[in-house]
Design a binder for this molecule. Structure first.
Ligand code: GAR
Length: 192
């Protein structure tokens, strides 16, 4: 994988609400930020995060995901055009192919709402509660070809209370996500 240096042109990929996008934009506006968000891409036309990017005057594009190849080809062109050095997946609910990851050849980060390697995939909060886990949390990791499996950059846990429901746990974990995503970026880029 290519190495990075200086302030990184960053693309954020979303599929929905975009609360992690907001936290990344907030971080990118801080004095010491190591990233500049140059592009937001959504595979979902109605993603709330696209409205937010619009209001924030951030270049944003909807790309229809009718098939993986055409989606990824368009995405690669846009990434090149915008000189993107780093991709942050923020609630992006599609799986990127190995071919895309190799062609981009720069870091791709993902945030996942569980203590990986536990609970890859969907419905993480209910699975943690059903299994009577004492802790859940969030993980930022490098994206590789396997789902939610790349090198872990940062992880933070939160206690699961007896009174927690899937919804209340999701809320608690999301708060943590907003904190650790910027920190994970700093950690990744500082080790460069
Ligand atoms: C977040 O909880 C994120 O960790 C999760 O989707 C939510 C998106 O929320 N991502 C995944 O489950 C990816 N496997 P947001 O749109 O408000 O950032």
């Amino acid at each position: 994988m290519e190495k990075l240096s200086g302030k990184k042109n960053t693309a954020v990929l979303i599929s929905g609400r975009g609360s992690n996008l907001r936290s990344l934009v907030k971080y990118s506006k801080t004095k010491k930020s190591l990233i500049r968000i140059v592009l937001v891409v959504s595979n979902n036309f109605s993603a709330k995060g696209l409205d937010y990017a619009n209001k924030s005057n951030i270049n944003n594009v909807f790309i229809k995901h009718s098939n993986k190849k055409s989606f990824e080809d368009r995405l690669l062109k846009l990434l090149k055009k915008n000189n993107v050095d780093l991709i942050c997946l923020a609630g992006f609910m599609k799986i990127l192919s190995g071919s895309f990851i190799r062609k981009f050849n720069k870091p791709i980060l993902n945030i996942h709402p569980s203590l990986l390697p536990k609970y890859k995939g969907l419905n993480t909060h209910n699975r943690a509660i059903q299994n009577k886990d004492n802790y859940s949390g969030a993980t930022v990791h490098i994206v590789n070809e396997k789902l939610d499996s790349g090198k872990i950059i940062l992880q933070k846990k939160v206690k699961i209370l007896k009174s927690d429901s899937g919804k209340s746990l999701e809320k608690k974990v999301l708060k943590i996500e907003h904190k650790i995503y910027p920190r994970a970026i700093i950690k990744l880029l500082a080790s460069d």
